[in-house]
Design a protein around this ligand. Structure first.
Ligand SMILES: Cc1cc2nc3c(=O)[nH]c(=O)nc-3n(C[C@H](O)[C@H](O)[C@H](O)COP(=O)(O)OP(=O)(O)OC[C@H]3O[C@@H](n4cnc5c(N)ncnc54)[C@H](O)[C@@H]3O)c2cc1C
Length: 495
């Protein structure tokens, strides 16, 4: 059953397990636990939006699918942080890239924080479940081909990506939800399993506090949200002796801290990583039509050596661009801005995203909000500048006539010779991969949660989402979140 919280006729529900959040982490836990026979109720702050309702319009879909309509930022407004809400979480609007955390990073986690989940077998299982495969080369659009061309010209390492999509028609609107239901995501693959096994998904229900006493979880207090205004219109209580928090790497620490969940390790909310990213756009003589086809099918990994702790840490992929998003980045006002937007079909944008070492923090803000603080340290800032220069170099190598970099005062480069001097700047940052804010570890003195997501300091509590990674992972997170959800869901069922 999937129901909207405002439509419920009861104000208290009893369950064996309450899952908070229905993204890759929460949906997978809910499916595993329900199939194991637990009575599961999953709360989701966002709405239940079906593919049929995804109309490919930014103005309609961003408010429905993204926190703060896509306008979420760090507290100082310096970095845009895109995160999704809705039954299916950020997987509703993400771009389907699937990569495993490199074995070298996982080995470092084991050395520093003790034995972790059996990642390899979990990845095998989740890749089969989500039908992960290489992008069909015939689906590479001109935008991505330009990245491949630029990299080939420079002799830089690049290749095709792997995705969880089946039946993709190349419409190009992945970021506003797939109207063709081609994404093999939480909504398509896990939520139906949870529901078929008797689980209840309650949309428009935002958990406010985890209720606990005497070192044990007792339930969850939530509010029901109006579907249009997203303002509270009532309360809802879930009585459950097990609670799994899967509210994302920002929502989870905010909820744990607001609920005064004990954490002697003092790690909750203090080690946020985000994969901060910069963008450079190239203007090409022939139209690129970047919005047509699969948005991200090619990567450049020349500057990404995750196996080497001291190596370069920058991943470069095409930055997908809808008109409104581009309009907010393109420089100028009035007639100048209009003239710049007339070049929209000719623009190809690249993003350089880094495997970050800086730590940010998350804190609750009132009952429903949160504050994110994050500033790249000097080393990360330097890595971002190198990434920006590399992206500009790729665009020129692919044939761009000029390169534009969004910054306080946007920068226009006319040729590659200008890159070094003009890009010694702190460009505008954005992030789509928050993680690592409740890092797992076997030692309760150093970690709030164990390697299966079980909270070390509060009985009956679990965490299963992107929060649990001990460090940045340097690759897109969803595959690892689904994998961890399988592991935690089974552990909860066995507890
Ligand atoms: C534009 C974009 C593109 C991306 N592309 C990719 C990609 O191609 N590949 C990849 O691997 N990753 C990608 N990601 C990131 C990926 O989607 C996330 O890492 C992943 O979804 C994280 O899963 P999660 O379960 O931790 O959190 P989420 O998917 O964020 O799910 C958390 C859910 O919890 C809900 N929630 C939060 N607080 C509460 C509360 N208090 N009560 C109830 N519910 C709550 C939220 O509404 C949300 O639905 C992308 C992200 C964005 C924004």
């Amino acid at each position: 059953m999937i129901v909207n919280a405002p439509d419920l006729s009861v104000s208290t529900i009893r369950a064996d397990l309450c899952v908070i959040g229905t993204g890759p982490g929460g949906a997978t836990v809910a499916a595993m636990a329900a199939e194991a026979g637990l009575k599961v109720v999953a709360l989701e702050a966002g709405a239940f939006v079906t593919p049929g309702e995804m109309n490919q319009r930014e103005a309609d879909m961003f408010p429905r699918l993204l926190w703060e309509s896509g306008g979420r930022t760090t507290f100082d407004k310096a970095i845009r942080i895109h995160q999704g809400h809705g039954v299916g979480g950020s997987a509703l609007h993400n771009l389907n890239l699937c990569k495993r955390v490199p074995a070298e990073i996982r080995a470092r986690w084991v050395a520093e924080r003790g034995e972790g989940p059996p990642w390899d077998s979990l990845y095998d299982e989740v890749e089969a479940l989500l039908e992960v495969k290489n992008v069909d080369p015939t689906m590479v659009n001109r935008h991505n081909q330009l990245l491949a061309d630029g990299a080939a010209k420079l002799g830089w390492r690049h290749g095709l990506l792997r995705h969880n999509r089946t039946g993709c028609v190349g419409a190009g609107y992945c970021e506003v939800g797939c109207a063709f239901d081609a994404k093999n995501n939480a909504l398509k693959k896990l939520i139906p399993r949870a529901v078929t096994a008797g689980g209840a998904i309650v949309a428009l229900a935002q958990a406010v506090r985890i209720d606990h006493a005497g070192g044990r979880v007792r339930g969850v207090d939530a509010v029901r949200l109006d579907p249009r205004t997203r303002q509270p219109v009532g309360t809802l209580r879930i009585e459950a002796s097990r609670v799994c928090v899967s509210a994302s790497a920002t929502g989870t620490p905010a909820l744990l801290l607001r609920s005064s969940v004990p954490d002697p390790s003092d790690s909750t909310g203090n080690t946020l990583r985000i994969h901060p990213a910069v963008v450079a756009a190239g203007d090409f003589a022939d139209p690129v039509y970047a919005w047509r086809g699969v948005p991200q099918s090619v990567e450049c990994t020349e500057h990404l050596h995750l196996e080497d702790e001291a190596g370069p840490r920058t991943w470069i992929v095409p930055a997908f661009a809808h008109p409104v998003g581009v309009a907010t980045l393109v420089p100028g006002f009035g007639a100048d801005h209009r003239a710049a937007m007339r070049r929209f079909p000719h623009l190809a944008a690249l993003t350089a995203m880094i495997h970050d070492r800086s730590c940010g923090s998350v804190r609750p803000l009132g009952d429903l909000g949160l504050r994110i603080h994050y500033t790249p340290d000097a080393e990360d800032a330097a890595e971002l500048r190198r990434g920006l220069a590399a992206a500009a170099r790729l665009l020129f190598a692919a044939g761009a006539t000029r390169v534009i970099v969004p910054a306080g005062q946007a920068i226009e480069l006319k040729n590659p010779a200008e890159i070094e001097a003009r890009l010694a700047i702190d460009a505008e940052l954005s992030a789509v991969h928050p993680m690592g804010s409740v890092p797992m570890g076997t030692d309760p003195k150093k970690a709030a949660v164990g390697p299966d997501g079980k909270h070390h300091h509060l009985d009956g509590l679990w965490v299963a989402d992107a929060s649990v990674f001990p460090t940045s992972i340097g690759v897109p997170p969803q595959l690892s979140v689904y994998a961890f959800g399988l592991h935690a869901g089974r552990a909860i069922a066995a507890s």
